[in-house]
Design a binder for this molecule. Structure first.
Ligand code: AMP
Ligand code: ZN
Length: 141
């Protein structure tokens, strides 16, 4: 009897853990604006894509060039990134540099990651802003 109870307890614990993790992932994905852009549910102006990365024009540009470079994998932001996200975060920056080169704005551009609500982060899918094509002031506001 003790064994049956133990098995039941372990099984329900495992089920609970499974439903928590899949619930969280599904919610993050289905509610995430940039995941919806990646799935083609919301239109975007593509600038670049490969198997891991997608880049598109920001809908509310703050400079002549304002491109968002995002990983296809849903990562909420730099704050939430894990050690195994290091490569994809680096690649997002290298793609931003490539776009800047292609657009001939290498005289001066900026890559920006807003991290957390107080920085102005409004979309919680990691994205690198590539901003350029005009003179920029320092420090940013
Ligand atoms: P952040 O404030 O750093 O989270 O940046 C989010 C960016 O996403 C802002 O610059 C917005 O203008 C941009 N944005 C929001 N919705 C869209 C959309 N549907 N297509 C392209 N860019 C968007
Ligand atoms: Zn997402």
């Amino acid at each position: 009897m003790f064994l049956v109870c133990l098995c039941y307890a372990v099984a329900s614990l495992l089920l609970q853990m499974l439903s928590f993790s899949s619930g969280d992932d599904t919610m993050a994905d289905s509610n995430c604006l940039f995941c919806r852009i990646l799935r083609g549910e919301i239109p975007s102006k593509k600038v670049y894509e490969d198997e891991q990365i997608y880049a598109f024009e920001d809908i509310n540009p703050k400079a002549p060039t304002h491109v968002l470079v995002i990983p296809r994998k849903h990562v909420a932001g730099l704050r939430e990134a894990q050690a195994d996200d290091a490569e994809i975060i680096g690649r997002c920056h290298l793609i931003a540099a490539k776009i800047a080169r292609d657009r001939n704005i290498e005289k001066g551009y900026r890559t920006v990651l807003n991290v957390g609500p107080e920085s102005g982060q409004s979309v919680f899918h990691l994205h690198v802003h590539l901003i350029g094509g005009r003179k920029m002031s320092w420090p940013p506001g």
